[in-house]
Design a protein around this ligand. Structure first.
Ligand code: IVH
Length: 672
């Protein structure tokens, strides 16, 4: 490819990928498969590496992140970012409307919007291109967090054609979609890391991360709700939002009921009532409704108080709150030994569910409320999934009530608890003999994503542990049929199934075995990285701290935890027993070495879905056979591998250029 051709191709890919990002993340109407998208993106990244001079500032390759920012520069807002005055009752909304009516002659329209519960952001555009994204900060100046915001795919890097001003700022709220937040917490749970409390704070923390590649993976999103600039070409706020939508921004849609122009207070109340009821079914959190005067001239007439505009108000939903009695506190011991205090409450109805327990997170939380026996506590369901204690009714505390004191010994095994410097959680250090830690480790070990041993779920582990048949992971592989048969619910068939499941787990690949061991901070992804880097458990166990941190995405904390695990003689003994049992403790060399050269020198374009391969899988097969998977059909394409629903434009292009098209069957024969 000549430099000229490369430039053209980079231009074309940039435009095409930006468009697909828009269709997927703003319109929710993707027109190509994820696989095809990844292929095009890979091609662009490859070309940009070769010809960095042709890379565009708005290249979609920036969406995957990779920039490391040590300190975010502080930037003064050209237009200050104010806040809204809050109201908590419908009467206050009526007062707001009355105030406006007194100050403005003529008809007044209002726009009602959702009050997104996230982090405010101001994104500046210059001549249609993303310039910078700045946090609210103190309203006067904030931090330039552009590299992180650029990873949010619904924020355009280049605008669609339109009548936008040469310079303007668009404002909105970055939020953590609930599903992505729950996925992140699940991964943390599996890695034995403390869970994040709620989507809003996690969005805020994520935006301040130094590594934008991590931000990219977390899946933040953004809704835009306003504009700042001179000579904006609109008469109303509603018009500005609609136009922003046409320029490529993700804005609320009327048909989703996310935004509505209201002509009367009763229409405003209808909007509030609707969302007070329906907000639980949204895929993101909102904490209220924002009501804004629609007409820009009227907005100007009303002006601002010191902190907030007079033309807008936020109606905040009441977080449902009840009071109940704190009966006791239990201390749960997790599989990594972390101690979590849990409040046991007199059952009480809250937001439709009966609440009996509330998480107290750690000793500091307990101290914050200075909890006493039989305290009357206020419980709230906010953004969090688990209800939390938000206060204590001191008036109801009896004078002789005793304070709860965080235990100094493990409630399960009696070991002295430890608390590491800088960590909020107490730990039981007795990893190898504390029952919930052993059972928790075994449950994790046998779980689906780890060793996937069918028939050895939580209940059976409890039973076998209770019967004294398993004391650690190694014992699982020494279970004998004759010892199992006498147990309850262990008929011949279930025992055979259980033993077959255990036998099968011996072929589970090394990376999953490593994840299954339950080393703190070693989740699925980290286990994969470590396994592929060190190739065997013996090499991994011998790795020094510096060798561990040299692996991509492995930081100090993970490295330390891995080192500590392998420094424990009991763990080394366990590894020996697992080796004896025949588990995979090395990467199968077949899976990393090129398998052959049947596709050597070939450039293959893949399109559609396949019977025997996943999208990633087929690409891997091409690569281990010496071929190259490429994103688009050209004269150089060796063949187009077309599955079901292959892209019509790719098929057409292949026909046009005389590129061979082969089926999945033919491809398999080629490799056979
Ligand atoms: S308009 C002059 N509209 O709520 C302030 N704000 O204090 C203009 N927020 O941090 C703000 N959803 O980030 C507006 N639909 C919405 C909003 C919204 C959430 C946030 C905003 C700010 C806070 C208001």
């Amino acid at each position: 490819m000549t430099a000229d051709e490369a430039k053209k191709r980079i231009d074309q890919l940039t435009e095409e990928l930006n468009h697909h990002n828009y269709l997927y993340y703003v319109k929710s109407e993707p027109s190509i498969s994820d696989f095809d998208f990844d292929m095009l993106l890979e091609e662009l990244i490859r070309l940009e590496a070769q010809y960095p001079e042709w890379m565009h500032a708005d290249s979609p390759s920036q969406r995957v992140g990779g920039d490391i920012t040590k300190d975010f520069p502080v930037v003064r807002h050209q237009y200050p970012m104010m806040s809204l005055s809050n109201s908590y009752s419908r009467e206050e909304i009526v007062e707001f409307e009355n105030r406006i009516k007194k100050l403005i002659d003529g008809e007044i329209e209002y726009v009602c919007e959702l009050k997104y519960d996230g982090v405010a952001i101001s994104v500046a555009y210059e001549n249609g291109k993303f310039l910078r994204a700045v946090t609210r900060g103190d309203g006067e100046q904030g931090e330039d967090i552009s590299p992180n915001v650029k990873t949010i795919r619904s924020i355009p890097l280049r605008l669609h054609k339109g009548d936008y001003p040469a310079h303007f700022e668009i404002r909105g709220e970055i939020y953590f979609p609930r599903a992505n937040f729950e996925k992140l917490n699940k991964e943390r749970e599996e890695a034995g890391e403390p869970l994040f409390a709620n989507p809003r704070n996690t969005a805020s923390g994520t935006l301040k991360l130094q590594d934008s590649a991590i931000v990219a993976k977390r899946g933040l999103d953004c809704f835009l709700y306003g504009m700042a600039g001179e000579n904006l070409p609109f008469k109303t706020h509603f018009e500005s939002i609609q136009s922003a939508g046409n320029w490529g921004f993700k804005v609320p849609k009327v048909e989703d009921q996310f935004i509505r122009v209201c002509k009367s207070i009763s229409e405003i109340m209808e909007f509030i009532d609707w969302w007070d009821e329906k907000r639980k079914s949204l895929w993101f959190d909102i904490d209220g409704i924002v009501i804004k005067v629609n007409d820009y001239r009227q907005q100007q007439e009303l002006g601002f108080t010191a902190k907030s505009p007079r033309w807008a108000i936020a109606y905040k939903f009441k977080a449902e709150q009840v009071s109940t009695t704190l009966e006791s506190i239990s201390y749960q011991v997790g599989r990594t030994g972390a101690i979590t205090p849990v409040a046991n409450l007199t059952p009480v109805l809250l937001a439709g569910t009966m609440v009996k327990r509330a998480s107290l997170h750690n000793a500091d939380q307990m101290e914050k409320w200075d909890l006493h026996h039989h305290d009357t506590v206020f419980v709230e369901k906010g953004g969090e999934i688990i209800p939390k204690i938000v206060g204590v009714d001191l008036a109801k505390r009896t004078s002789h009530a005793h304070r709860f004191i965080f235990p100094d010994k493990c409630p399960e095994c009696g070991s002295m608890l430890q608390r590491k410097e800088g960590e909020a959680q107490h730990f039981c250090p007795n990893e190898s003999a504390c029952p919930p830690q052993i059972k928790g480790k075994m449950i994790h070990f046998t779980s689906r994503k780890a060793m996937d041993i069918e028939g050895l779920g939580e209940e059976t582990i409890e039973q076998l542990y209770g019967a004294g048949l398993i004391r650690d992971i190694g014992d699982i592989y020494e279970l004998k049929k004759e010892r199992l048969l006498p147990l309850e619910r262990m008929a011949e068939k279930s025992v055979n199934n259980l033993l077959a499941g255990i036998e099968q787990s011996k072929s589970v690949p090394f990376e999953r075995v490593l994840f299954a061991l339950g080393i703190r901070f070693v989740g699925e992804t980290v286990a994969k990285k470590l396994a592929r880097h060190f190739l065997s458990i013996s090499k991994l166990s011998a790795a020094r701290l510096e060798e561990l941190t040299a692996v991509e995405e492995i930081g100090e904390k993970i490295a330390q935890s891995v080192r500590e695990w392998f420094d424990e003689p009991v763990n080394l003994h366990l590894v020996d027993r697992l080796k004896q049992a025949g588990l995979q403790l090395e990467v199968d060399p077949e899976s990393v070495k090129p398998k052959g050269n049947k596709l050597k020198g070939m450039s293959i374009v893949v399109s559609g879905v396949f019977q025997s391969f996943s999208r990633d899988g087929i690409k891997e097969v091409i690569e281990i056979n010496g071929g190259k998977a490429s994103g688009s059909v050209s004269k150089k394409t060796s063949f187009l591998l077309a599955g079901e629903e292959a892209g019509p434009s790719k098929l057409e292009k292949a026909k046009e250029l005389g590129v061979k098209i082969i089926t999945e069957e033919e491809f398999k024969q080629l490799l056979a």
